[in-house]
Design a protein around this ligand. Structure first.
Ligand SMILES: Cc1ncc(C[n+]2csc(CCOP(=O)(O)OP(=O)(O)O)c2C)c(N)n1
Ligand SMILES: CC(=O)[C@@H](O)[C@H](O)COP(=O)(O)O
Ligand SMILES: [Mg+2]
Length: 648
């Protein structure tokens, strides 16, 4: 196998085109075999096999910098740059990351995971190169979906101004996760079919020149009439006007054409954009036919394409429960509209989009725009629900503050993937939304203990006059029955799940309520019987309840699957301190002040100390503390996390 001979990009240089074509076939087989076992981003990587080979053939990584936008399509890059043996550990704790990581390889020039960052980073590297008098190449590989992100356009604008030597490879496969949307997608479609324009140009010129005497003059005038002719004749005008020389479109599966074009753009002294047309899922029929469904896969049978039966519970996912609930609510309330930033499937809005196409908006990978679009909708009497992953909402923080909360507009944030997401690692953990939303005045934040409460929270949120975030985790809910009737949940009210006899209360949020119940079962064997509280509102806290607990001498253990700094525990400590209740023993369990890497969610929870055992220990610990002297320091410690000690 040629692939056995590839341990670095240098091994490609000596290969003939025929050998590169054979290598491409071998890499496709490798991807299908490996990802059918580990799962991962499937369609995107099948689509960039030839493009990656051509890039590493023409450029000299790691001296030349190649930045992969989003980075979910960097598996082939990792295979070529000496990491193929590690693929059985892909996205597992201590194993190969699913995105480029500078700490993983010198060939990973820049860490990615969130879309639309590559051109900015590449421009930064080009500026640094020139300031340092170096001469290497910098290449940003960005998809048509990521190109709909505002950051990408901001970077194009600046790059065209600076006119630095920079190569942008636009990987256009007509897909984001779902089909790509927006005027940019339409523009690219025109460029893709541009061959007709080019053909038309030759025919028109040929015709003009055949007209006796004036024809040639008209053709020359047309050629000279820069704008109209350039616009009409020269494809890629949008990019040309931004200061980029546009090349393409080129077939992204034709190794000869790709290497020729890359050799050509490599010589350009100014910014260039090479438009490459690829097929997402290329080489695996099911992925070619359903590139959205096979954007990422769980382990599957490569023969049948069927997902392996995972042991996951029969309970519905929180996402599906949300997706069904918002359709039911929208049936009753025509003011409800749903917004997504290029994640209709992931956020469960597919059904809503089919049922209410006029009230559904996929804005592309543009969370900032989605947030302020929602603000405009809310300011005009609609009830927008912006469904967005916790990690991606980070992109719209100023819009949340400036456009929504200052004006106290009734926007509902359906914050999905809140908590540890697992395999996608540091860039995707939903760790920070409580901290970053709790500090914003006018914001209400709630998290359900199960799917039935999620439905009622969504209903409650849509009754509120101001901004509200309903956050829920990735994956299966708890399989509880769903109330048929809608009812509102009193704002700021906590719920006693288990009364308990010992003077200690476990104040838990979301899936940590179930963990607290597990801990209580363990403690019962030792005669300890804590109260368990469902802290279903993080903002506002249930101050009356806290006052009663503190006044009656209870000790507290807070448990959350979010960053401790700024989370539920912080809120409780701030509240107690703010009310002069300094003697209450408190232990706070949650995510430590570290980025949580990829791995199974269970493994990661153990690594950060969010286990029933650790909750039980904390309860006994805080009971032992008893009424602590006023001078006591409340602990906010996470665990002494030694992440990355997993399988190498
Ligand atoms: C800021 C941000 N929002 C949403 C996502 C989720 N996401 C991951 S890949 C993807 C689509 C990317 O499309 P494209 O750039 O065309 O790459 P392709 O998958 O087609 O290769 C999206 C929306 C993300 N990674 N970052
Ligand atoms: C690369 C990217 O950002 C998305 O594909 C993300 O990995 C989807 O996450 P879920 O699998 O949780 O929908
Ligand atoms: Mg794409």
């Amino acid at each position: 196998m040629l692939l056995d001979r590839v341990n670095g990009p240098a091994d490609l240089k000596a290969m003939s085109l025929a050998e590169l074509r054979q290598l491409a076939a071998e890499i496709r087989r490798f991807l299908i075999e490996q990802l059918s076992v580990t799962g991962g981003h499937f369609g995107p990587n099948l689509g960039v096999v030839e493009l990656t080979l051509a890039l590493h053939r023409v450029f000299d990584s790691p001296r030349d910098k190649i930045i992969w936008d989003v980075g979910h399509q960097a598996y082939v890059h990792k295979i070529i740059t000496g990491r193929k043996e590690r693929f059985p550990t892909l996205r597992q704790f201590g194993g190969l990351a699913g995105f480029p990581k500078r700490s993983e390889s010198p060939h990973d020039a820049f860490g990615t995971g969130h879309a639309s960052t590559s051109i900015s980073a590449a421009l930064g590297m080009a500026v640094a190169r020139d300031l340092k008098g170096e001469s290497h190449h910098v290449v940003a590989v960005i998809g048509d979906g990521a190109m709909t992100g505002g950051m990408a356009l901001e970077a194009l604008n600046h790059a065209g101004h600076l006119r630095k030597r920079l190569i942008v490879v636009l990987n256009d496969n007509e897909m984001s996760i779902a089909e790509n949307v927006g005027a940019m997608a339409n523009y690219l479609a025109k460029l893709r079919t541009d061959r007709t324009y080019a053909k038309m140009k030759n025919e028109v010129e040929h015709l003009l020149k055949r007209i006796p005497s004036i024809g040639g003059k008209v053709a020359r005038t047309l050629e000279r009439a820069k704008d109209s002719v350039k616009y009409f004749w020269v494809p890629g005008m949008l990019f040309e006007e931004l200061g980029f020389t546009y090349f393409g479109p080129v077939d992204g599966h034709d190794l000869a054409a790709l290497t020729t074009m890359l050799d050509r753009v490599k010589e350009c002294p100014d910014p260039v954009l090479l438009h490459v047309v690829t097929q997402k899922g290329k080489g695996y029929g099911r992925a070619e036919r359903a590139p959205d469904k096979l954007h990422s896969v769980t382990p599957f049978n490569p023969e049948t394409g069927k997902a392996e039966k995972s042991s996951s519970s029969l309970a519905p996912s929180y996402t599906d429960v949300f997706g069904n609930a918002i359709v039911e609510l929208a049936e009753q309330d025509p003011r409800i509209v749903a917004i997504t930033a290029a994640m209709p499937g992931g956020t469960g809005l597919t059904k809503f989009a089919q049922r209410f196409p006029d009230r559904f908006f996929d804005v592309g990978i543009a969370e900032q725009h989605a947030a302020t679009l929602s603000a405009g909708l809310a300011a005009s009497g609609m009830r927008p629900v912006f469904a967005v992953y916790s990690t991606f909402l980070q992109r719209a923080y100023d819009q949340v503050i400036h456009d929504i909360c200052i004006q106290n507009l009734p926007v509902v944030f359906a914050v999905d993937r809140a908590g540890l997401v697992g395999a996608d690692g540091e860039t995707h953990q939903g760790a920070f939304d409580v901290a970053y939303l709790r500090t914003v005045p006018n914001m209400t934040i709630m998290m359900p203990k199960d799917e039935n409460e999620l439905r009622q929270m969504l209903y409650t949120a849509l009754q509120l006059p101001g901004p509200v975030a309903v956050r829920y985790p990735r994956g299966a809910a708890r399989g509880v029955p769903l109330d048929k009737e809608w009812h509102t949940i009193p704002i700021g009210s906590w719920e006693v799940i288990r009364q308990g006899l010992s003077p200690v209360a476990v104040v838990a949020m979301g899936p940590m309520v179930a963990l607290a119940e597990e801990a209580a079962d363990r403690l019962a064997e030792e005669g300890v019987d804590p109260m368990i509280i469902n802290a279903r509102f993080v903002k506002p806290l249930d101050g009356d309840f806290l006052l009663r607990l503190a006044g009656e001498g209870w000790a507290l253990v807070t448990v959350e699957e979010t960053a401790l700094a700024g989370g539920l525990g912080s809120a409780v400590l701030e509240w107690l301190a703010g009310h002069g209740l300094h003697g209450v023993p408190v232990r706070c369990l949650g995510l430590p002040d570290q980025f949580i890497p990829h791995g199974g969610r269970g493994e990661l929870l153990r690594a950060v100390g969010l286990t029933a055992e650790r909750v039980a220990d904390a309860v006994k610990d805080v009971l032992r503390a008893g009424r602590v002297p006023r001078a006591a320091v409340h602990t906010l410690e996470g665990s002494d996390l030694r992440l990355g000690q997993g399988r190498r």
